[in-house]
Design a protein around this ligand. Structure first.
Ligand code: BGP
Length: 478
C-alpha cells in the first residue's frame, strides 16, 4: 500500500443496522415498508405497515442501542474509516419538516464521538435507500424536481451540524441504480401498481427513473457547491455500484454490447459528477427510448460548478455481456448478466472475481484521474455459530484476501486508490433479500431472519485476520 495514508475499514447503511424504526421521533422511511424476502424471490414493499408481516429494518441489528459496542469492535480491528449513513427520517421525520428532530441529530453526534474515541474517520452517506415515506406520498419522490430543494435543506442541515466532525461525504448510495432500476428503493417513487423492489422495465418506469436520476445528479452538484461553503475542507465522493462487464467472446458484437453497457450503466453518473457534463451516449439512450428529460440551461452551469472530488464504488462481482440469444444468465446485485464460464459464484449466485476489482480500479482511475475508494466489497454467506461461540469463516477470509490483493495490485499499477471498506463489518440485514442469514460480517450477530435472537455479538475467525491485515497495512494477508 502507498506510504501515505490508506483508509482501512468497513461500511454500513442505517436502515440495515440501526433498527429502532420509530424511536426518538423517527419517521417512516422507504426501507421501513420493505418486507423480508428470500433467496431468488423478488422483495416486496407495502404502502403502509401491515400486521403480521416481518419488516427487517424495524429491528435491524440494534445498532441504535449497541453502537458503542460495535464501534469498539471496529476499533479493536484497527479500522481507520467507517462508512455509515444518516437516516434522513431520523432528522426530518417527514422529510421536509420546518425544524430538525433534536434527538435524531444527537444520535449521530454520539456515533461520531464514539468513532473519534477509536480514531476512526467517518465517511457519511446522506441518502442510502431510506427516503422519508412522506416524500413518496407528497411528491412521488425523485420524479419531482421539488425534491432537490427538500434534499438540499436536509443535507445543509446535517452538514452544518456535523461540520467539525465529518470531512468525507457521499451524497447518494449507488446513484447508477436509478439508470438500472429506479423505483421505491432508489428513487422513492411509486410506478403503476408495482410493489417489487426492482420495478419492471416499462416505458413509464423509464421516464420516471431517468428524470429522477437527473434530479439526483443535479441535487448532488448543489450539495457539493453549498457544502464547500460550510467547510472548504469537505470532500465529496460520487458513489456508484460498479457493474463490471466483460464481453462473453471476442466477437466484436459482444465487445460493442459490453462497451455500451459500461458507458451507460457505469460511466454516465461518473461523467456528470466528475466532468460536469451530460455525455452524448446518455442523450442517445434517452432518445432511443423516446424519453425526454427536462433539462434547464441553468442546470448545466450548476453541474459544472458542483463536481465531486473523488469516486467511490461498490464491487461484488463481474458479469458478461453477449449479443447472442440463448446464453446462460447469472444473478447480480442491482443487475445480473451472462454467466462467465471461468468464475465461481456465491450461494446467492453473485460471481466471484477478484481480478475484476483490479481491472475496475484501474479503469476508473485512469479515465477520471481522481482518487478512488472501494466503499463496499464482501461475501454474503451462511455462517455457523459453534457451541463455544466461535465462527470459522475461512471462505470469507479467502474472498477478502484475494480482493485486497487485487487492490494492492491496482495501487502497484499506479492507481490512486485511497480506501478499502469492507461491506457489512458486522452481520446486518441484506438489502436485496431482507435476510439475516446472508451474512457479511467480521462480527457475528445472533439473530435470525425473523428478528429473533439475543443480538449478541461474536468475533469470527475473519475478525482476527482483518486485524492483522490492517496492522500490517495490507502486507500480511496470510
Ligand atoms: C449494495 C448496497 C448495500 C448492500 C450491498 C450488499 O447494493 O449498497 O446496501 O446491502 O449491496 O447487498 P445485499 O445486502 O443484498 O447482499
Amino acid at each position: 500500500m502507498p506510504d501515505r495514508r490508506f483508509y482501512w475499514g468497513g461500511a454500513l447503511a442505517a436502515n440495515q443496522c440501526e433498527g429502532a424504526y420509530t424511536e426518538d421521533g423517527k419517521g417512516l422511511s422507504t426501507a421501513d415498508v420493505m418486507r423480508k424476502g428470500s433467496r431468488g424471490e423478488p422483495r416486496l414493499w407495502d404502502d403502509q405497515i401491515l400486521e403480521g408481516i416481518c419488516y427487517p429494518s424495524h429491528h435491524g441489528v440494534d445498532f441504535y442501542h449497541r453502537y458503542k459496542e460495535d464501534i469498539a469492535l471496529f476499533g479493536e480491528m484497527g479500522f481507520t474509516m467507517l462508512r455509515i449513513s444518516i437516516n434522513w427520517s431520523r432528522i426530518f421525520p417527514n422529510g421536509d419538516d420546518p425544524t430538525p428532530n433534536a434527538k435524531g441529530l444527537q444520535f449521530y453526534h454520539n456515533v461520531f464521538a464514539e468513532l473519534k474515541k477509536h480514531h476512526i474517520e467517518p465517511l457519511v452517506t446522506l441518502s442510502h435507500c431510506e427516503t422519508p415515506m412522506a416524500l413518496v406520498d407528497k411528491y412521488n419522490g425523485w420524479t419531482n424536481r421539488k425534491m432537490i430543494d427538500v434534499y438540499l435543506n436536509y443535507c445543509l442541515t446535517v452538514m452544518q451540524e456535523y461540520k467539525s466532525e465529518v470531512k468525507y461525504w457521499i451524497p447518494f448510495n449507488e446513484m447508477n441504480g436509478m439508470i438500472i432500476a429506479g423505483g421505491i428503493v432508489q428513487g422513492a417513487y411509486r410506478c403503476g401498481d408495482c410493489h417489487t423492489r426492482i420495478p419492471e422495465n416499462t416505458y413509464e418506469n423509464d421516464v420516471m427513473k431517468l428524470q429522477g436520476m437527473y434530479h439526483q445528479v443535479l441535487a448532488m452538484a448543489r450539495v457539493v457547491r453549498e457544502g464547500k461553503k460550510i467547510n472548504s475542507d469537505f470532500r465529496f465522493a460520487v458513489m456508484i455500484s460498479h457493474i463490471t462487464m466483460y464481453p462473453l467472446t471476442p466477437d466484436p458484437k459482444d465487445v460493442i454490447k459490453t462497451q455500451a453497457h459500461d458507458l451507460l450503466i457505469n460511466d454516465t453518473v461518473l461523467d456528470i459528477a466528475i466532468r460536469g457534463r451530460i455525455p452524448a451516449y446518455f442523450h442517445k439512450y434517452c432518445k432511443d427510448r423516446n424519453v425526454e428529460i427536462d433539462i434547464g440551461q441553468a442546470d448545466l452551469r450548476e453541474l459544472k460548478k458542483g463536481t465531486c472530488d473523488c469516486i467511490a464504488f461498490s464491487y461484488y462481482m463481474s458479469n458478461c455481456a453477449s449479443a447472442q440469444k440463448d446464453v446462460e444468465l447469472t444473478a447480480g446485485n442491482l443487475l445480473g448478466g451472462v454467466k462467465n464460464p471461468y468464475l465461481q459464484a456465491s450461494a446467492w449466485g453473485w460471481q466471484i472475481d477478484p481480478q475484476g476489482l483490479r481491472y475496475t480500479i484501474n479503469k476508473i482511475y485512469n479515465k477520471y484521474q481522481v482518487p478512488v475508494m472501494v466503499v463496499e466489497n464482501g461475501l454474503g454467506a451462511e455462517d455457523t455459530l459453534e457451541t463455544d461461540h466461535s465462527i470459522h469463516d475461512g471462505y470469507r477470509i479467502e474472498y477478502l484476501r484475494q480482493h485486497i490483493q487485487a487492490v494492492k495490485d491496482a495501487v502497484a499499477d499506479g492507481s490512486d486508490c485511497i480506501a478499502y471498506l469492507m461491506w457489512g463489518p458486522m452481520d446486518i440485514i441484506s438489502a436485496s433479500t431482507g435476510e439475516m442469514s446472508k451474512r457479511y460480517g467480521f462480527v457475528y450477530v445472533d439473530a435470525d431472519d425473523e428478528g429473533n435472537g439475543t443480538f449478541d455479538r461474536y468475533r469470527k475467525d475473519s475478525f482476527y485476520w482483518y486485524k492483522k491485515v490492517i496492522a500490517s497495512n495490507g502486507e500480511d494477508l496470510d
